[in-house]
Design a protein around this ligand. Structure first.
Ligand code: HEC
Length: 158
């Protein structure tokens, strides 16, 4: 009788130890995810958002704006033969950083066709999360000093 209960106790301890180890491992892992998805110091977005946005960008925007948002033409201010402007760079060298996040999102939503341009609207093709993520990625392409100026002008975007 004594032996049996001791065995049960040993088994119980062994199991709870295993469970303890398991959950410890798990919470350490979760912590890792949380840490990497915290806001990047001084930015409104997380590194996770920026990473997800890179994929959204590659799949939806790079074809016109270039893989690194550098644009695909030498002079984005020069209209083509049809009088249409080429896709501007989004990497901080053109004027994307003159606009608030709300305005940039409106451009992503509505595109430029209605205004006589050629960018298609993404209103129904991307989720709001994808739009936020793609803007995070676009801003991650800007040099630090450009982002700082933008942030000063847009203090509400936290
Ligand atoms: C078919 C080509 C094309 C695609 C695809 C495209 N764009 Fe554009 N984009 C343009 C053009 C061209 C303009 C300039 C306005 C116009 O002519 O419509 C522009 C303008 C912009 C602007 C305003 C730039 C500024 O400096 O104010 C932003 C921001 C932008 N695009 C982001 C995106 C994002 C993000 C995506 C992907 C989700 C995307 N674009 C996909 C062609 C494109």
């Amino acid at each position: 009788m004594f032996k049996k209960s001791k065995l049960i106790l040993v088994l119980f301890l062994a199991t709870s130890l295993l469970v303890a180890c398991g959950s410890k491992g798990e919470s350490a892992e979760n912590k890792g995810v949380e840490t990497s998805d915290k806001k990047i110091e001084g930015r409104w977005y997380t590194s996770g958002q920026s990473m997800r946005g890179k994929k959204v960008f590659e799949e939806n925007c790079a074809v016109c704006h270039g893989a690194k948002g550098q644009g695909l033409v030498a002079d984005w201010k020069k209209p083509d033969a049809a009088g249409k402007f080429p896709a501007p760079p989004l990497n901080g060298t053109a004027h994307t950083w003159h606009h608030s996040k709300d305005l940039l999102k409106r451009t992503v939503n509505e595109g430029g066709i209605a205004l006589g341009g050629t960018m298609p609207p993404f209103k129904d093709n991307l989720t709001d999360q994808e739009k936020e993520a793609v803007l995070a990625h676009v801003m991650s392409l800007w040099p630090e000093d450009i982002y700082k100026v933008w942030q000063k002008r847009n203090p509400a975007t936290k």
